[in-house]
Design a protein around this ligand. Structure first.
Ligand code: ZN
Length: 134
């Protein structure tokens, strides 16, 4: 398994448009466009930050994972994504090591990336996402 870099940091927000104002108007980051990822019940915006990105996530349903996260923890950092060179290999390796996974198989995330989440119990409480992009 090879980790290439921090791909992005996922931030759960209640209102994407409002949050974007701060990141674009105040911090001067560029919004690469808003995308709805049906499977994960989220609306996301990616803001490149040098070699990695910030991902703002708003729930599209009152009972989606991001809505539940905000209910429990308020808005804030929800996950950290690591870019790997080969996600199948990484998942097979982690499984062999007995690491608890949320996704045993990769699924599609925003921007066509292939992603998989590790269980926070295996990562000292951090929701880690693995991400592979072309
Ligand atoms: Zn993410």
């Amino acid at each position: 398994m090879k980790v290439l870099k921090v791909d992005h940091i996922g931030i759960a927000v209640k209102n994407l448009e409002e949050s974007l104002n701060f990141y674009t108007e105040v911090l001067g980051l560029k919004n690469e466009g808003i995308e709805v990822v049906e499977e994960q019940q989220v609306k996301v915006a990616f803001l490149p930050c040098g070699d990695s990105e910030l991902e703002l996530l708003e729930s599209t349903t009152p009972d989606g994972p991001i809505a539940k996260f905000i209910e429990k923890n308020r808005e804030g950092i929800q996950h950290i994504a690591l870019r790997v060179d080969n996600i199948e290999e990484a998942l097979a390796y982690l499984k062999e090591k007995g690491v608890r996974l949320i996704d045993e198989k990769p699924r599609y995330g925003a921007g066509g990336a292939r992603i998989a989440f590790l269980h926070p119990k295996a990562t000292n409480g951090v929701l880690l996402e693995l991400s592979e992009r072309e």
